[in-house]
Design a binder for this molecule. Structure first.
Ligand SMILES: C[S@@+](CC[C@H](N)C(=O)[O-])C[C@H]1O[C@@H](n2cnc3c(N)ncnc32)[C@H](O)[C@@H]1O
Length: 254
């Protein structure tokens, strides 16, 4: 009898815990409160996203390939946000190319003379990857698994000349020639903590005044925990915005 009661209490508690976790995930917040990077409306990122009486402005018309998260890529909403931002960016940098879907979207939507530089680990460079004790084994495994491409969405397309493909480990990549020059930087390489920190430090040096840095996959403490930890730490020293309804975090350089 007591055993049955005990089981009943235990399963009720487990159900309640799952419900709290589900609610926290749906609301993009912690179980016991908001996440450290404060949530902002998309309009706070750029005035082009301010709604008119009809909804989105004409300036937000953009082309994307719908792929919604396939192969660690962005959701379609995130892809649209990046596409719109690319329209007024002339020099862009992406950490983590993968299939090249975002690279292609940035290239297709930007001005004819815009340049997109994208960095990724080639399949034959996996031994260059350096893991630290702070890094989550799952994030490391995912980073290496995703390092499988040498041809990309943009390859052999009319926008290919706008893209500079760099194959290197991002910790070893020397970013000094980019210092203070980038309008838009997208950080979406390895999600292991030490890599997020290294890529972020480089991005802060590469962004130009008034430029934007965007990180992908701010998803809470259970998924992409390295991204969550690093960005929470940076939020104490920089004004970071978590864009509501997305996993994007943004920083506008002063
Ligand atoms: C999540 S995917 C990027 C998705 C891509 N930005 C998109 O939107 O389609 C992560 C990428 O980071 C790359 N990557 C992982 N570890 C890396 C490293 N140490 N240096 C450079 N690139 C790395 C992987 O090869 C993979 O292409």
């Amino acid at each position: 009898m007591y055993a049955l009661l005990f089981l009943f209490v235990l399963s009720t508690l487990a159900l309640a815990w799952h419900a709290l976790q589900w609610r926290a995930k749906r609301k993009q917040r912690g179980i016991f409160g908001p996440w450290p990077v404060k949530k902002h409306r998309l309009e706070d990122l750029d005035p082009v996203f301010i709604k008119t009486e009809h909804g989105s402005q004409h300036g937000t018309l953009a082309s994307i390939i719908g792929n919604d998260g396939f192969l660690g890529s962005t959701s379609d909403t995130e892809a649209w946000i990046l596409a719109v931002l690319a329209k007024k960016a002339s020099r862009m940098f992406e950490f983590g190319t993968c299939s090249g879907r975002t690279t292609y979207i940035l290239a297709v939507n930007s001005a004819p003379d815009a340049q997109i530089h994208t960095l990724t680990l080639a399949p034959d460079q996996k031994t260059e990857y350096t893991r630290t004790d702070q890094d989550d084994a799952l994030a490391t495994a995912a980073a290496l698994k995703e390092s499988q491409f040498t041809r990309f969405y943009y390859t052999d397309t009319p926008v290919a000349p706008k893209v500079t493909q760099i194959f290197n480990d991002s910790k070893q990549f020397d970013e000094s020639s980019y210092h203070g020059t980038c309008d838009l930087i997208f950080i979406d390489g390895s999600h292991a903590y030490s890599y997020v920190v290294s890529d972020t430090e480089k991005a802060f040096r590469m962004v130009k005044p008034g430029g934007l840095i965007l990180w992908h996959d701010y998803k809470g403490p259970r998924v992409a925990a390295g991204v969550f930890k690093a960005l929470n730490e940076y939020s104490h020293i920089h004004d970071l915005m978590h864009i509501a309804g997305t996993t994007l975090v943004a920083y506008r350089a002063p």
